[in-house]
Design a protein around this ligand. Structure first.
Ligand code: SAM
Ligand code: SF4
Length: 326
């Protein structure tokens, strides 16, 4: 079991399969982006090897993310490998849903049980403005396909002031009345030089809770407020699903952090919001044994910083969200 220097059990690896994306969400990346060439990315064979080594090191949970992970042609095979790896108990996928309609059934057949789909609004024009390039019907088709394939569904919405902070939040939360889904609202995080804009447009949990209470009446706290992953859950009385708040800015959950991130180019990112990193590539490509790689992973876990420094205006400057994987 990999414990860090603060005695946290670090057992969750989020793997970015590519830094590229088929959308350009305004809070995530600029419209004109240069992505890494394919040969700089960790190869499929390297990823399969790393997943096995992480599992032997004590990691129990894997999530594939990006950029947009559905752009990686080998996604279904990698999911199959992860779900069949001894020791891995949970495999997840975070996607914008654009390509999910054609992938939900094969992913389910490969052993995927749940999907996190990012959806900030049900208004097609607004969806286009937020994502710059997105067509809402494609994403809704992906959502339908995921439900039809029997995948558990969590919707993730990043909330921005003046964009989707009232009507849209209520419309998304309404899904939970009939569907046993989680609809989770994420506080926008600052990255690098977008920080000024994002800070101003961040809408916090307390404000959203009052918007939702106005619409649905008082919400019930689920599990006494114990976090489910990173989300604090509430329920509209009698609803099938839950509403979650992921509030890294106003209610940091660093004390419960159990994760490392592997970027698409093979860097272990030790905290989402700090630039501390450990480069796996020299060992991975330099003929290191599995034991040497496992030792490096243990050392990286031990170097994991306590938590982010947003309160002190410390933020990630070396990489944006799409390059880390969320
Ligand atoms: N492309 C996939 C997607 O959008 O689901 C996976 C990668 S994306 C970087 C992962 C998550 O990060 C998404 O839910 C997205 O909304 C969220 N995200 C991106 N930029 C963010 C920011 N500045 N603050 C908070 N969440 C952000
Ligand atoms: Fe792409 Fe996801 Fe970033 Fe949107 S949030 S630009 S879908 S990586």
């Amino acid at each position: 079991m990999p414990l860090d220097s603060y005695n946290r059990d670090i057992n969750y690896l989020r793997i970015s399969l590519t830094d590229a994306c088929n959308l350009r969400c305004v809070y995530c990346m600029p419209e004109h982006m240069t992505f890494r060439p394919r040969d700089e990315l960790v190869s499929d064979a390297e990823l399969r090897r790393l997943i096995t080594i992480f599992a032997k090191t004590g990691f129990r949970k894997i999530r594939f993310t990006g950029g947009e992970p559905t752009l990686r042609p080998s996604l279904v095979d990698l999911v199959r490998h992860a779900t069949q790896t001894a020791g891995i108990e949970s495999v997840g996928l975070t996607t914008n849903g654009v390509l999910l309609a054609g992938l939900a059934a094969p992913l389910r057949a490969a052993g995927l049980r749940s999907v996190n789909l990012s959806l900030d609004t049900l208004d097609a024009d607004k969806f286009r403005r937020i994502t710059r390039w997105g067509n809402l019907p494609e994403v809704l088709a992906g959502l339908d396909a995921a439900a039809a394939a029997g995948l558990r569904i969590k919707l993730n919405a990043v909330v921005s002031r003046g964009t989707n902070d009232r009507y849209d939040v209520v419309a998304l939360a309404r899904f939970t009345i009939a569907q046993a889904w989680q609809v989770r609202f994420i506080e926008q995080m600052p990255f690098g030089n977008n920080a000024g804009f994002q800070k101003k447009s961040m809408v916090d949990e307390a404000e959203l809770l009052s918007v939702l209470t106005e619409a649905f009446g008082p919400l019930e706290l689920v599990d006494g407020g114990k976090l489910d992953g990173e989300a604090r859950l509430f329920r509209i009385p009698g609803a099938a699903g839950c509403i979650g708040f992921i509030s890294p800015v106003t209610k940091p959950f660093c004390a419960d952090c159990n994760r490392l991130r592997l970027t698409a180019d093979g860097i272990l990112r030790l905290c989402l919001l700090r630039d501390n990193e450990a480069d796996l590539r020299p060992l991975l490509r330099g003929g290191a044994s599995d034991d040497e790689l496992a030792g490096f992973i243990h050392e990286a876990v031990f170097q994991k910083p306590w938590g982010h420094g947003l309160a002190q205006d410390v933020m990630s400057v070396s990489r944006g969200m799409s390059e880390i994987g969320g």
